[in-house]
Design a protein around this ligand. Structure first.
Ligand code: 5AD
Length: 351
């Protein structure tokens, strides 16, 4: 394709998928978003046309043994009402979701020790037996290699585990000392090795984050080569140590989505709930920057407000799975088509 971008750094990233750290740093804060988003849109179209894939998100437990300093469902937060869905609850979410058109179910939860390998494998196995044409994605945090293998053998196809930040010093500022970036990376590489399609990602604008940290995040992802990449702005939660920190920037977040699309043209990149929460049109802007996935909430409405990772987390409107029609119409208005499909990652072209 004979395309040329005036910015030589953008041109380089567009044509080679890579750029030096200094160029990446500059593009993260570029004001020329038109050029950046057009470049990203070309790549998105080459790999995925105008399609948007959906995943039905089932937030099945908000119990968590961890104490990540940014997260509203951290163990130390005694103001959160805790819940756990049962297997019949989860299967009912899948049934309702299948009818709406979802062909991927994401089981997301805190690190809840109640969900042993046996209990979780049984749930995964039953979902896969009932809906063999669907993908099951797990997002249940750090576990042992054996545990990941058992869950994979029970039928799980994909795993989401954000690295959150790729610089060890910054990681230590966001997490208690019992957690480490090293272990997070161990999990990610083991998941890949076992055969999962792996998703990672990071928060944009988390406390103490520098521009260099964001560049490190991009470089770490080059090493990991994930199939899915989820990013969203940091949003404070009042009952956490970071309750008084300011939110991440939507501009940086959108620029990073476009940069990720250029670096990882075949990746599945969601317009996240956090992006939809920070601005009313955040998710739509995410699609025009290069995102191609959306994960509406399929959890029973009685528990939705309890999965509060941050204040004012969206769980209504097009964020809710039952408003699928509205989501389709909004996407169509921007020239995108929401499809009913597993939405696996396409192979990277290496010409
Ligand atoms: N603001 C934004 N994102 C958050 N997450 C957790 N807490 C917050 C917050 N306060 C993100 C983390 C986690 C994902 C499930 O939600 O990146 O991996």
């Amino acid at each position: 394709m004979n395309t040329h971008f005036n910015d030589s750094g953008l041109e380089l990233l567009f044509s080679t998928r890579r750029a030096p750290a200094s160029v990446l740093g500059r593009l993260i804060d570029t004001e020329d978003t038109d050029a950046l988003f057009s470049a990203a849109m070309i790549r998105r179209r080459e790999y995925y046309g105008n399609k948007i894939y959906t995943r039905g998100l089932i937030e099945f437990t908000n119990h968590c043994k961890n104490n990540c300093l940014y997260c509203g469902i951290r163990a130390a937060n005694k103001n959160t009402e805790r819940y756990r869905l049962t297997k019949p609850d989860i299967l009912e979410c899948c049934r309702a979701g299948y009818e709406i058109g979802f062909r991927t179910f994401v089981l997301q939860g805190g690190e809840d020790t109640y969900f042993t390998d046996g209990i979780l494998c049984d749930i995964v196995y039953d979902i896969k037996s009932s809906y063999p044409d669907c993908a099951v994605t797990l997002s249940v945090g750090e576990r042992s290699r054996e545990s990941y293998k058992k869950l994979f053998d029970a039928g799980a196809d994909r795993y989401l585990l954000r690295h959150e930040t790729a610089s060890p010093g910054h990681y230590a500022k966001l997490h208690p000392s019992v957690m480490s970036l090293e272990n997070r990376k161990r999990c990610l590489f083991e998941l890949k090795d076992i055969g999962y399609q792996v998703g990672s990602g990071f928060m944009v604008g988390s406390p103490y984050q520098t521009l260099d940290n964001l560049v490190e995040d991009l470089l770490f992802l080059c090493e990991l080569k994930p199939d899915m990449i989820g990013i969203g702005p940091f949003l404070p939660h009042k009952d956490t140590p970071f309750g008084d920190f300011k939110k991440g920037s939507i501009k940086r977040c959108l620029n990073l989505i476009a940069i990720l699309r250029l670096m990882f043209p075949n990746a599945l990149i969601p317009a996240t709930t956090a992006l939809g929460t920070i601005a009313p049109d955040g998710r739509e802007r995410g699609f025009t920057a290069g995102a191609n996935v959306v994960m509406p909430n399929l959890s029973p409405s009685s528990v939705r407000r309890l999965y509060t990772l941050y204040d004012n987390k969206l769980c209504t409107g097009t964020e809710a799975a039952e408003h699928y029609g509205e989501l389709k119409a909004k996407a169509a208005g921007l020239g995108f088509e929401v499809v009913s499909d597993r939405g696996d990652a396409k192979a990277l072209r290496t010409e």
